[in-house]
Write a protein that binds this ligand. Structure first.
Ligand code: ZN
Length: 91
């Protein structure tokens, strides 16, 4: 999640568009310790990094609310002003 004070426009836009809520499409919510079909809630991670053998990056996720945010590119997202899912893919 962006900082509410220093990046308030981004914060408000993320809250309005990028919070995953489990439903029939993702067959969630998943049982405790598991993720829904869309991978939520995401695991905690101190950094955004590549994990060997995985085609997707692991995104920085420090607090519980971060684990429900769908990834986005801040500059594009603010201009787009709607839901997006942007990810680094390795193959
Ligand atoms: Zn879900």
């Amino acid at each position: 999640m962006p900082d509410l004070i220093y990046k308030s426009k981004l914060y408000v836009t993320v809250v309005a568009n990028q919070i995953h809520i489990c439903n029939k499409k993702c067959k969630g919510p998943a049982p405790s310790e598991q993720t829904c079909k869309k991978g939520f809630s995401r695991p905690y991670s101190k950094t955004t990094h590549y994990k060997e053998g995985n085609s997707q990056y692991i995104y920085k996720c420090l607090i519980k609310v971060d684990s429900w945010v769908v990834s986005y590119h801040p500059v594009i997202f603010l201009r787009w002003d709607a839901y997006m899912n942007t990810q680094y893919i390795t193959d």
